[in-house]
Write a protein that binds this ligand. Sequence first.
Ligand SMILES: *Cc1c(COP(=O)(O)O)cnc(C)c1O
Length: 424
Amino acid sequence: MTKSEQLFQRACGLIPGGVNSPVRAFGSVGETPRFIKKADGPYMIDADGNQYLDYICSWGPMILGHNHPLVREKVTEACMNGLSYGAPTEAEVRMAELICEIVPSVEMVRMVNSGTEAVMSAIRAARGFTGRNKIIKFAGCYHGHSDALLVKAGSGVMTAGVPDSSGVPAGCTQDTLTAVYNDLSSVEALFDSNKDQIAAVIVEPVAANMGVVPPKEGFLAGLRALCDRHQSLLIFDEVITGFRLGAGGAQGYYGIRADLVTYGKIIGGGMPVGAYGGRKDVMEMVAPVGAVYQAGTLSGNPIAMAAGIAQLTILKDRPEIYKNINELGEKLYGGMEQIVKETGAPCTVNHVGSLGCMFFTGQQVENYAQAKTADTERFARYFRFMLSHGVHLAPSQFEAMFLSNAHTEDHVELTLDLVRQALA
Ligand SMILES: *Cc1c(COP(=O)(O)O)cnc(C)c1O
């Protein structure tokens, strides 16, 4: 038995499924999760000493590569001053300044501890502001695991084959309406049948939790227009796209201004962090200024702020990083498209910038129903082939590949060679 297998066996007796987040399980790909000992740059090393080229990047946060020296230095420095105070710090002010400076639509921001919390809180603020209860989300978009949003919620639940979560009372999701991604008419219909009741539309501006599904031309602008017409708020869940598609996230990339934005992953530099922010008049609804209650004992934690500030500062000062990872994305995903064409494999490659996904379906994938036509058995075989050759992909057909600035053209070439062999 390998060390990973031994650790997994121990873990399974103690932790549900042996993992602290279901997306880490390897059940759907017929493998044992690799237990990671350390990571550096684009590589992860497991408990048995195997090295993997990593395309998960901690599900996005490690945009600079693992164990970036400057981020590590700032975290170490912060640790010397104590781990938490439960009182405000200058680092929180600096973090807020950075986010508001980089993202024009964010006039005020509140730090939280995860993307789930950020979204849950943004929804509450939107409901408080509008005095309405209903929200519209899209099938296949994931917005964390809070009760109201566990409806047609993408990868984790898709991979487990569970449509929705048990333990969520129907009352919690009765105000959650579901539309079809990339289909404005489905949104319009919901607005029409729920006149003056929609608090907000929440969307992943590039859907990245049902594989990768980019917004069609005009989709995001159409949502903006519908929200304006019906005095509803537009919430961009940029937990994945924020500070990844560019410093301005999807808002900057597509030129659409949302009323509220949620962040996580990248803004923590690898520490557990989330944030929500946006229009000042909406954010001033939040306690202690306004009547929308939201709190967090460890929110704005100094160590997490140190990591986040270090990472965001690097991203802000070095726009060439985005140029680099986007070009790498074009090479990697464009290369995969080429291989699919050459081999005639029934696959579809979707990508935006450094995010991409190869669906094992011959159909185009523009929404959840089309994503679900993917052959997960074939994906599992592909996954195992890549893993056995030292490439660690996310263990699900319905997850994105993430590139970091530590990946190089050589890594991309090596990966494409393996993809070619796998599809042949
Ligand atoms: C990961 C993710 C979340 C949830 O963030 P957590 O930090 O895992 O709670 C929310 N929205 C999107 C789009 C995500 O990808």
